[in-house]
Design a protein around this ligand. Structure first.
Ligand code: CAO
Length: 439
């Protein structure tokens, strides 16, 4: 045995890239070509394999560190035979191409966070793989992701790729095998929670005309995974309503005139935030989250509101804290600050955590209603569309009133339809006469 430092080999155009996964721990027995870490650039992720077999003695990096060719990764007690064979560094494997040795890997979504070990993985194909430990499965992040999406426990799939690496074809063959045997091969019936959803086909669009491929931003990819998870896990219902904001709008315009010199613009959104807080106080179930087992509701006695901000790189939801304690002017300032931070990419993860309820306002753009996706672990989200003048019957005649469309999506496991309707009715009442917010 010999102590050897393991460095990042030639990784082509990947420079100063972030480590998104450390796949080994101190004490692990590693075989040559086993993946050590996954790095990610703006465009792609890539696994760095071990150049030698041996035991990991010391890790010199952790998730979030940035590395380039030559960076020290770890110290290994290398097996004698492997030590001499270890001199030419192994090539990293681009996550997008099985066994490929390209320095310009294809763009793929980042690998999801490393899951915790499963307590009792009984089924070969499961609907939810988030708790299953794939760390010993020899597969690229894209194949791990594919396996998770199909609910396949990769630990049970044999790899036909180089050095036994599991390929996408192996996963497909495994699923076919399990399906054709009506369950776990040789072990009985199909588990009840099989997803049963076919993977998206890989289509060559150039067959029908000129195309170009544009890599998704990191925010697009993360948001996509997050929204997909919430869409699949949460039974959504969307309740539509309208608030008469004719008087509110007159007051808002007056405030803006009075504060013209302050440089702070008051938009309808800050009043909506205040009305939402009143709603959360009146209907505390909306200010709660389900615990991980789905058995208890965690009720919050604070009022932090997430606001969806549209940026050139995608959607982010910074959280404005203690909305109940802030004035309309203060909230307008906060909103201006967080949207500027979001658009300048200066938001930190902590700025986007701890929200109780989110608001997605498309009122500055247009549209009449939409169905926002709940921002879990929150249980409801309010979509706001563009207000417009409508004829409203006042008992004697139709009067022109400024109506604001509201679209409330909620988690039906926590909120009943009646409460959904009560909540929007309450919001409309508050926004229709904002003096009520003081009561
Ligand atoms: N009806 C009519 N006009 C509205 C309105 C509404 N509901 N909401 C805002 N407006 C007006 C504002 O008063 C402002 O008018 P002036 O320019 O005349 O003053 C204009 O529209 C632009 O407002 P804004 O968008 O700059 O400000 P905001 O406070 O309403 O919103 C922010 C701030 C950050 C939420 C917004 O800029 C944004 O990014 N919205 C997009 C959110 C998004 O993408 N959601 C989709 C997520 S997917 O569910």
């Amino acid at each position: 045995m010999a102590i050897q430092e393991i460095h990042v080999p030639d990784i082509g155009s990947f420079k100063d890239v972030e480590i998104i996964e450390v796949l080994v721990n101190v004490g692990d027995n590693v075989n040559a070509e086993d993946s050590l870490i996954t790095v990610e650039s703006d465009k792609a992720s890539m696994e760095i394999p071990s150049p030698a077999s041996g035991v990991v003695k010391e890790l010199k990096i952790s998730v979030g560190d940035r590395v380039s060719e030559g960076s020290l990764l770890l110290v290994m007690d290398v097996a004698e035979a492997a030590a001499s064979a270890a001199s030419p560094p192994s090539q990293p494997s681009p996550a997008g191409g099985e066994g490929a040795k390209s320095s310009a890997p294809a763009a793929v979504p980042p690998s999801p966070p490393r899951p915790q070990p499963a307590k009792s993985p009984t089924a070969a194909v499961q609907a939810d793989m988030k708790d299953v430990d794939f760390s010993k499965a020899y597969a690229t992040p894209s194949v791990r992701k594919f396996g998770r999406e199909l609910g396949v426990d990769l630990n049970k799939v044999s790899g036909s790729g180089r050095k036994g690496r599991i390929t996408q074809e192996d996963v497909k063959a495994y699923v076919k095998d399990v399906m054709s045997f009506g369950g776990v091969p040789g072990k009985g019936a199909m588990p009840a929670n099989v997803l049963g959803v076919a993977p998206m086909p890989d289509i060559d669009f150039s067959l029908w005309g000129d195309i170009e491929t544009v890599a998704l931003s990191r925010i697009n990819k993360l948001t996509g995974e997050f929204l997909h998870r919430n869409w699949v896990h949460i039974p959504h219902v969307t309740q539509f309503d309208q608030a008469d904001i004719t008087d509110l709008e007159a007051f808002r315009k007056q405030l803006n005139e009075e504060n013209a010199k302050s440089g702070i613009k008051i938009t309808p959104l800050v009043f909506i935030m205040k009305a939402v807080v009143a709603g959360l106080k009146a209907y505390p179930r909306f200010n709660s989250s389900l615990d991980a087992k789905g058995e208890n509701l965690i009720r919050k006695n604070y009022f932090h509101i997430g606001v969806a901000v549209d940026t050139p790189d995608g959607l982010v939801v910074p959280v404005i804290r203690d909305v109940d304690k802030k004035s309309i002017m203060q909230l307008s300032e906060d909103l201006k600050e967080v949207s500027a931070k979001a658009r300048d990419k200066k938001l930190k993860p902590a700025d986007m955590q701890g929200g109780c309820f989110s608001i997605s306002s498309l009122g500055g753009i247009g549209g009449t209603k939409f169905t926002p996706i709940v921002n879990a672990p929150e249980v409801a989200i309010l979509g706001v569309s563009k207000s417009d003048i409508q004829p409203v019957w006042n008992g004697k005649e139709f009067a022109p009133r400024l109506m604001l469309p509201l679209s409330l999506s909620y988690d039906h496991r926590v909120i009943d339809g009646a409460d959904g309707a009560r909540f929007t009715t309450y919001l409309a009442k508050m926004l229709g006469d904002i003096r009520r917010l003081l009561v």
